[in-house]
Design a protein around this ligand. Structure first.
Ligand code: FE
Length: 250
């Protein structure tokens, strides 16, 4: 059965990385919640997609140049308006939930990884008793390398369409193996059954990201993706039920 990960707490149903979306996702019939993390100026960890507050809140600026207090004064442009969560707060929501973490380590606005950020994320998840329920993901190869060297938890490579075009799937597989990354996630919209088979026959797990409509969700189930991330978790659950009722799970 393909696992469902509520992407950023279900962006198209609850807004981008909103507390309401994370609370709702924790009670859904799905397996994972996907979220992104950034460090603050004063060494806290914020759950937010973008490296800046500009696009989705009433405040501007880079998270890494703002204090926790400044970020907590921001309101996400979605109803109900609320401040971005810290990683500790997300752990508090999910500790009693059956839904596990899929934590994406983000880079700063320059595209470069934050310095010494991964150890801080690992330490915070450990302290908040969620590390054993977390898989990590990143688009950034340097970050993947740091992750696999610092944790035994599963790590997956989010392969962007551009990287796939530039490097080619065979070399992506070789690069993943070179740093012990056991899973690749391709864009659901462009992944093919042949890609899935090539990845699986190389001994890696295959998943997809960005399955936000019925057609793409059904395509992900058809390819037997291990996990899919979706901005529409309720739709994904309904589509999975439909797929299973048609015998698609076999
Ligand atoms: Fe993400």
């Amino acid at each position: 059965m393909t696992k469902i990960a509520s992407h950023r707490g279900g962006t198209l149903e609850y807004g981008d990385s909103t507390p309401a979306g994370f609370i709702a996702s924790a009670a859904m019939a799905l397996e994972e919640v996907e979220f992104d993390v950034h460090p603050t100026k004063d060494n806290h960890i914020i759950v937010h997609h973008d490296a800046t507050l500009d696009r989705t809140t009433d405040t501007h600026g880079e998270i890494v140049r703002r204090t926790l207090e400044e970020i907590k004064a921001a309101r996400i442009n979605y109803t109900p308006a609320a401040a971005p969560l810290t990683l500790e707060e997300l752990c508090t929501i999910y500790r009693p939930s059956h839904v596990n973490f899929r934590c994406e380590i983000k880079a700063g606005v320059s595209g470069h990884p934050y310095e010494n950020f991964v150890p801080k994320v690992l330490e915070t998840l450990q302290k908040n008793v969620m590390i054993e329920r977390t898989v990590f993901s990143s688009f950034n190869y340097q970050t993947l390398r740091v992750l696999t060297s610092l944790t035994d938890r599963p790590v997956l490579w989010l392969v962007s369409p551009m990287v796939l075009r530039q490097i080619g799937l065979e070399d992506v597989i070789a690069l993943a193996k070179a740093i012990n990354v056991p899973e690749l996630a391709l864009s659901a919209a462009i992944a093919t059954l042949q890609d899935a088979e090539k990845i699986r026959s190389a001994g890696l797990d295959f998943g997809v990201w960005g399955a936000h409509d019925r057609e793409t969700l059904m395509h992900a189930f058809h390819m037997q993706a291990k996990v899919l991330t979706t901005d529409r978790p309720s739709l994904a659950i309904a589509c999975r039920t439909e797929w299973q009722s048609q015998g698609g799970a076999q």
